[in-house]
Design a protein around this ligand. Structure first.
Ligand code: RET
Length: 263
């Protein structure tokens, strides 16, 4: 029997350690940047930028927690204890940030109140269901013998619904926007599809281990790297594109602003 199977080798340890560290840096400094730069858009778009800053700030906190938890679970004085690593931090982070990301998108478009609540009333419960159903699969909880793959499948139902609402329903309100904004929003939706798609793929890479099975280092590393890269793109890059949409719209709405900010 391989006695080292319950741990990571040095290379794997460093990979996850550095990735979580990159996560902290990206989230923390994007949050600070967006917060400081919020005055560079008109007041009506400021909420979208503030929410983007909030998302990355919440994530920065959770990356600090994950980093600390990881360092203790794999290099603690008591030796390695993979069971002490808690994937729940990611899920709590998502539970808070996914609805806020959707709010960011809706806020920057400055849609009519009715259209906003129409979209949010559908997306927020769907996002909560997607995350709640995915958690037992990732945490390898033994609930009524349901396997991780079945949890993943259940979670995919609200996921597909979210994509449908974002692409089809939101698409309808896009026609009212200018060409430049439409182009940026297309980019944003592509970014959303490409990055949100990484989460279920990562889940699949790590779902081979059933509840109670011995620790699988390769799956653990794939999961942490996959989720971290997806998080950095889905929160930081997404937030920065939201900021740039807010600036384009500010310049379109107010010629004085356009003159001072864009020359
Ligand atoms: C899970 C479980 C397996 C099936 C699916 C999932 C989707 C997760 C997603 C998470 C998105 C998180 C974001 C966080 C950024 O702040 C839960 C992994 C479909 C799409 C965007």
């Amino acid at each position: 029997m391989n006695t080292l199977s319950a741990t990571l080798d040095n290379g794997q340890f460093n990979l996850v350690y550095n990735m979580l560290s990159l996560g902290i840096a990206s989230m923390l400094f994007t949050a600070i940047f967006l917060f400081v730069a919020r005055e560079r858009v008109l007041p009506r778009y400021r909420m979208a930028v503030m929410v983007s800053a909030l998302v990355t700030a919440i994530a920065a906190y959770h990356y600090f927690r994950m980093f600390d938890n990881f360092s203790h679970a794999f290099a603690g004085m008591e030796g390695n204890n993979p069971d002490a690593y808690n994937v729940g931090y990611r899920y709590v982070d998502w539970l808070l940030t996914v609805p806020l990301l959707v709010l960011e998108l809706v806020a920057v478009l400055a849609l009519a109140k009715a259209a906003q609540s129409h979209i949010l009333n559908r997306l927020v419960p769907a996002a909560a269901a997607m995350i709640a159903l995915g958690y037992p699969g990732d945490a390898k909880l033994d609930i009524m013998g349901i396997t991780p793959s079945v949890w993943g499948l259940l979670s995919t139902i609200p996921f597909v619904y979210i994509l449908y609402v974002l692409f089809v329903e939101l698409g309808k309100s896009l026609v009212k926007q200018s060409k430049a904004v439409q182009k940026k929003v297309q980019l944003l939706r592509l970014l959303l599809l490409a990055t949100w798609g990484v989460y279920p793929i990562t889940f699949i890479l790590a779902m081979g281990t059933p509840p109670g099975a011995p620790f699988n280092a390769d799956e653990f590393v794939a999961r942490e790297i996959g989720y971290s890269i997806a998080d950095i793109l889905a929160k930081c890059l997404f937030g920065l594109v939201i900021f740039s949409i807010a600036r384009i719209k500010s310049a379109e709405d107010d010629k004085e602003f356009a003159k001072t900010e864009f020359k």
